[in-house]
Design a protein around this ligand. Sequence first.
Ligand code: ADP
Ligand code: MG
Length: 207
Amino acid sequence: MAAPLLFIFGTSSMNTAAFSDDKAALRSDMLRKRKDLRVSNINALDDLAKQVIKALSGLQDATVSGYVAIGDELDVSASLAALQEIGASIVLPVAGKSGEVLSFRPWCSGDELEKGRLSTYHPSAKTEAPDPDVLLVPLVAFDTQGYRLGFGGGYYDRTLSALREKKNIAAYGIGYDGQEVESIPREVHDAQLDGIITPTRIILSKP
Ligand code: ADP
Ligand code: MG
């Protein structure tokens, strides 16, 4: 009986390494693809805003976490402006040290931003915001089951799992249609999103 057990343990640790290799390879392919998608989808921002408003209809009073797009991430600025117009409160995430969860600061259009870790931007005023009800989550790639490949820091995985311990939240991945892949390599810590919003579609995840 010992041999099969060793085989099982060996396979499982090899799989963990294989998963991160698979993720790294997919991440580099999809980062290249996302660059082309940004260049060839100039109407994406406004189309996305319409889909975001549709997906969040009925959540006018919600506190929504957005993000300031970096690199070729799909820009949610038009979506945040539209959400603010219907009465939502916007917060932006602040990435702390590696291994920590995100914290949030309130943000209104025109508020000053500062550069944080990982080249992201967040409000410079150090006011802490309440935990968001809805999170718009940037991504490198997604699948239609609501799994996401991020930049590799695991910040959103940790944050979503911590928030879900405290309250009901809805987390939507935001990306170009062309960022869809058949299946994202899935590890136990990867948090499933409630859905994906693209400039043309709202894809709700099956639980
Ligand atoms: P991303 O989601 O940004 O693409 P990964 O899913 O590869 O990145 O996660 C990166 C690392 O973050 C993982 O290797 C893991 O060590 C860590 N991590 C993510 N979520 C958790 C969690 N809930 N608990 C502990 N570690 C986590
Ligand atoms: Mg992950």
